[in-house]
Ligand binder design. Sequence first.
Ligand code: HEC
Length: 123
Amino acid sequence: MKRSRMAVIIALVGVMCAACAGGEEVQEPTQAVEEPDLTSETSSEPMVQDQPVASYYQDNCARCHGENREGKNGPALLPDSLSRDDAYYLDIIRDGKRGMPSFGSKLSDQEIQILIDFLRTEP
Ligand code: HEC
């Protein structure tokens, strides 16, 4: 009697150890499943500060340049009104110019380029 109870306990301990050793491996497949989701989100629309570029423009630029980029206190920002090259506008957005605030401390050059590409499309 005593011997067989001991055997059951040993067997139980063995099963529990097998379960905890396997436990860590079980979590990994769930992490891998999330990745395709992330890439489809970033590739669909250009992002500035975790926001689609059009909505970043509405929040940060529209009050001076107009909701449809038609111009307000600031000049119009439409493909036809932007006759200079990208480098010229990149400097203005990064460093500012008179009434135009500088965005260089908030945005990377890459994000400013995304904004310029956006300004060169029709609204
Ligand atoms: C506080 C008002 C204000 C805000 C906000 C603002 N701008 Fe401006 N912006 C101006 C003014 C005023 C000028 C004209 C500067 C000058 O030439 O004296 C200007 C000029 C520019 C120019 C150069 C246009 C040209 O034809 O020379 C670009 C490009 C531009 N802004 C982009 C942006 C973008 C992109 C944002 C948002 C990230 C933004 N601006 C936010 C006021 C603003």
